[in-house]
Design a protein around this ligand. Structure first.
Ligand code: ADP
Ligand code: PAZ
Ligand code: K
Length: 250
């Protein structure tokens, strides 16, 4: 068993994974830019820690130290590459694609046949398309809904409060106008991508997924662990490649 860790800009997500790299139940914690979340991680697994991060390097350092000190083994970082686990990266410079997007594409590709769109609605909202043969077609990045609201607060005198029920209609007060504006901006972007591409499957992940799910047309599959699924796939593939190249060198 291994531990898979996905460090996002707001939250860290982790799960133990079986020998095939399949993650079990996911846990998530807002890190507030600090590294003390490592004290919450489980230690009852015998394999390595595999991690991916899009956050500041400061957040991975405590994980590496924790793995060395508590488990006596190095944590292994996974980064975006030109191809992995049957998926080819659309970026000319694959290392520039956010590794969470890359792993979400890999996780989504392996969830079923046909082309797939994967939306990760977190600090940023990202939309990526992978065709039926595993070619990543590219994607889009916009602020997540909370980040859109923070941008309004940062650049205007508006200080809006969250609203319980966001209407499908136009808003008649500021709180609702800001909340509904963010929601409809996200929905509009996603639906536009869905119209442009012939997509067989639609996958929705991230801390804001639940707020989007019932507003989107079509069949959407909620997959909160899609990044960790991709991470598990790449971890297993990397371990197999490493052991076979060790074998050849003997
Ligand atoms: N307990 C929570 N703490 C912080 N953000 C949360 C929480 N629950 C839901 N959210 C929402 O989820 C978003 C973060 O989602 P997540 O997918 O973890 O993002 P990231 O990968 O960027 O860290 C936040 O912007 C917020 O809107
Ligand atoms: C777009 C992101 C900020 C999303 O991060 P998240 O919201 O998951 O914390 C991250 O994937 C990233 O830093 N990407 C690098 C740029 C790119 O993907 O082109
Ligand atoms: K995201």
């Amino acid at each position: 068993m291994t531990l898979l860790v996905d460090i996002g800009n707001t939250r860290v997500k982790w799960a133990r994974a079986d020998a095939a790299g399949r993650p079990g139940p996911v846990q998530a914690l807002a890190h507030d830019g600090r590294g003390d979340w490592v004290d919450t991680l489980p230690t009852d697994f015998d394999g390595p820690v595999w991690f991916a991060t899009v956050a500041d390097a400061d957040l991975a350092t405590p994980l590496q130290a924790w793995s060395r000190d508590r488990l006596d083994r190095a944590a292994v970082e996974v980064v975006s590459t030109a191809s992995a686990a049957g998926v080819q990266c659309a970026y000319a410079r694959p290392e520039c694609l956010g590794v969470d997007r890359w792993l979400a594409c890999i996780g989504a590709f392996h969830r079923g046949p046909g082309s797939v769109v994967v939306v990760d609605a977190g600090t940023a909202l990202t939309v990526d398309v992978v065709d039926a043969t595993g070619c990543h077609q590219g994607g889009l990045i916009v602020p997540g809904m909370a980040t859109m609201q923070q941008a309004i607060h940062a650049h205007t005198r508006i200080r809006s409060q969250p609203v319980e029920q966001v209407p499908d209609d136009l808003a008649r007060d500021t709180d609702t106008a800001v909340a509904a504006g963010a929601l409809h901006a996200a929905v509009g972007l996603i639906e536009r991508v869905c119209r442009r591409f012939a997509l067989d499957r639609r996958i929705l992940a991230g801390g804001e997924a639940a707020r989007l799910a019932d507003r989107l047309e079509g069949d959407w599959h909620l997959a909160p662990d899609i990044v960790l699924e991709g991470l598990g796939r790449v971890a297993v593939e990397s371990a197999i490649n490493a052991s076979s190249s060790n074998g050849h060198s003997r």
